[in-house]
Design a protein around this ligand. Structure first.
Ligand code: IVH
Length: 667
């Protein structure tokens, strides 16, 4: 009996590994996510019933339970060198001439790859099992990030035996964050009042260097293999063949790789990708050109820091030069101070840029940006404009280093560095600057959704002292508003009505609107689904909160602590007293969309995209990111873009928001 179970467990593990391979390496899944989940659930159940049969290489064992205290260091068996750069076609030709000379007239060819903008990692497999994973570090030794790397589903815990597996095989490659995951992550962080990542590379690096692998597991990192370190038996005689071997072993290799016979082909391919790179769903910052044959690589050797057989062709970044007028310090809703540069307006990659976040004061110091400076700005990964360089030679003589504020620019209260030492926070819970941001968030579309209560009005309400907390909003009257700037009787009445209407918003919106750290719209929906009322949520202890599926220990602690604060309780009592009476949660689970795949696109009125996707899953459906023949519905809001075109061309049913609400029974 146990013998049978053992066999079944082994079979399931191999099945799951094979499907991982089909999905991540070949990009040709054979089964649906649902079928995959079923295999996975069966394996998990069997392993739970027979815990002695559990092994570390099981696909169920990617995420370890306990956070690390610190990272250990791992010495690389073979150093991880860096690469020389070429910035132009001519520099690539110069590289080719050096190669030709170094190989003294012998024939050679190249392999050209995308230069993935993530972070380099070295995976060590012994007898086919992943034993360690380390960051590049200083090239000689890096951090042991094995626990985190194990959570990346594209990285096999066990190599497939389609090919010969060397006793020791070190695989090097790039861990990266797909653009979609990056945008989602930042969206969630913004909702939860946490600082956003400047670009996908930082997000990938930040996610890999977390001490708690459970958080890394939720970050959706991906991987491409592109080199070997120590190997006990060579995989192949040249790089091209070794990439093919990687694939056979179950390691993902980037499909956009080319074998080139000469430097002209190399240059063509590189320039071609400079044009096409935006089409990828991850970021690349250039191309990598490698001499193909290993014996030729060896004979070319390396200079101190970089091999002579490869070179990185870096794409020219879209940059612009402009002048920093002033540097403002903004207070966010969680009290974090962010320096922002006001710029002389300049065109960059299709938009006019007037401001650029300097992210935090460490970054500002590193760049040494001063008011009056001439700076180079760049779109970080084509997304957010940022200052990358200061031109000190153009600095006005009287420009002084920017001083890190010792007091909040808004309320003059003390500031303090947070635990990680990067962010500075205003410590005054009643800071008006912070209050403005909290109110804007409270009234925002993803929260209480109070129409007509915009930023300019909120600022006036705080400055005139009419509003000191959330509850004060509900005590406003038309009389009090009339007299504020641009407030005629009619518009005042509209504002008051919109505020009154929000009193019966669903419970999750109120929970989200409070701005509890780590609790954005999606987590608020989960909480609202579990508690019948705000009172019940307020009384829940940390233990009960962390038992809830999808509520981690960090969220549980944050919610618990928020409601233990007498001031927060006071505001909630005042909200209740002012007549705020949230509707009982409407998002009980249903199966109205069972078996249906829905793609959400465009700007919706009642939901952010994440909330709509959550509503889809709550109704038993699956939310997908791209439209294909398998899509059942596309939910389209304003400015839907290419997904709508694709849906129409495939004849897929397109729903507007009203139809969607009706379909899931919320209308
Ligand atoms: S090969 C001797 N191939 O670029 C260097 N590197 O600037 C071996 N990178 O640290 C690296 N894509 O993080 C190689 N296809 C690719 C790459 C790649 C990205 C990164 C890698 C490396 C950095 C050097």
């Amino acid at each position: 009996m146990v013998e049978d179970i053992k066999k079944r467990i082994e079979r399931l593990r191999n099945e799951i590994r094979r499907h991982d391979y089909l999905y991540y390496v070949l990009n040709q899944p054979e089964i649906s996510d649902r079928q995959y989940d079923k295999l996975f659930a069966e394996l998990k159940a069997l392993e739970q019933a027979e815990p002695h049969l559990l092994t570390g290489d099981s696909p169920t064992q990617r995420v370890s339970g306990r956070p690390l205290e610190a990272f250990a260091s791992i010495r690389h068996a073979v150093a991880m060198l860096s690469m020389d750069n070429a910035l132009t076609g001519d520099e690539l030709r110069a590289f080719d001439e050096r190669v030709a000379k170094g190989l003294a007239g012998g024939d050679y060819d190249y392999v050209v790859e995308l230069k993935i903008d993530g972070l380099a990692i070295s995976l060590r497999y012994e007898d086919g099992l992943l034993v360690t994973a380390a960051t590049r570090g200083d090239g000689e030794a890096g951090d042991d990030v094995t626990a985190n790397v194990r959570t990346i589903k594209a990285i096999p815990l066990v190599l497939l035996s389609n090919g010969k597996i060397p006793g020791v095989l070190e695989v090097r490659g790039e861990v990266y964050m797909p653009e979609k995951s990056f945008l989602e992550l930042n969206g969630l962080r913004e909702e939860a009042g946490e600082p956003v990542f400047a670009n996908p590379r930082n997000a990938a690096a930040g996610s890999l260097k977390l001490l708690d692998a459970r958080i890394t597991a939720a970050r959706n990192l991906a991987f491409f293999a592109y080199a070997t370190g120590e190997v006990s038996v060579p995989l192949a005689q040249n790089h091209w063949q070794s990439l093919a071997q990687f694939r056979k072993l179950g390691l993902p290799v980037n499909p956009n790789t080319k074998k080139a016979d000469n430097i002209d082909q190399v240059i063509d391919f590189c320039l071609g990708w400079a044009e096409k790179k935006e089409k990828l769903d991850y970021q690349i910052d250039g191309m990598v050109v490698k001499v193909n044959r290993f014996d030729q690589q060896d004979s070319l050797g390396a200079t101190g820091r970089a091999p002579r057989w490869c070179i990185a062709y870096k794409f020219p970044a879209e940059q612009a030069e402009t002048i920093v007028g002033t540097i403002d310090v903004q207070v966010g809703k969680s009290g974090i101070l962010t320096p922002v540069a006001n710029l002389a307006p300049v065109q960059l990659a299709g938009t006019t840029v007037k401001r650029a976040s300097l992210h935090n004061f460490d970054e500002l110091n590193r760049l040494d940006v001063r008011e009056g400076d001439t700076v180079i700005i760049e779109k970080a990964g084509e997304i957010i404009p940022q200052v990358v360089q200061v031109k000190p030679e153009l600095r006005p003589a009287d420009a002084k280093p920017f001083e890190i504020p010792k007091k909040c620019p808004d309320c003059r209260a003390e500031v303090a560095r947070d635990e990680a030492g990067v962010y500075i926070r205003c410590m005054n819970p009643n800071c008006p600057g912070r209050l403005k941001e909290r109110l804007k968030y409270f009234a925002g579309r993803g929260q209480m959704d109070i129409e007509n209560l915009g930023s300019a009005l909120i600022e006036q309400l705080v400055e005139t002292g009419l509003v000191k907390n959330f509850a004060d909003l509900y005590k406003l009257t038309s009389d009090k508003l009339v007299g504020l700037e641009r407030m005629a009787e009619k518009s005042a009445a509209n504002v008051i009505k919109a505020i009154a209407d929000s009193k019966t918003q669903p419970l999750w919106r109120l929970i989200a609107a409070l701005g509890i750290r780590h609790i954005g719209g999606q987590s608020a929906q989960i909480l609202a689904g579990h508690f019948a009322s705000l009172d019940a949520l307020m009384d829940a202890d940390e233990e009960a909160l962390s038992q809830i599926d999808q509520v981690g220990p960090i969220m549980a602690k944050s919610v618990y602590e928020y409601f233990r604060n007498p001031e927060n309780r006071g505001v909630i009592n005042a909200l209740t007293a002012a007549g705020v009476k949230p509707r009982r949660s409407e998002n009980r689970r249903s199966d109205k969309l069972a078996g249906k795949t829905v793609v959400v696109t465009g700007t919706l009125e009642n939901f952010t995209r994440q909330q709509a996707e959550y509503a889809v899953t709550q109704a038993g459906g699956k939310a997908a990111s791209s439209v294909s023949k398998k899509t059942d519905f596309v939910l389209a809001g304003a400015n839907p873009g290419s997904k709508l075109d694709k849906a129409l061309s495939l004849g897929i049913k397109v729903l507007n928001e009203k139809e969607f609400l009706r379909l899931i029974g919320r209308e």
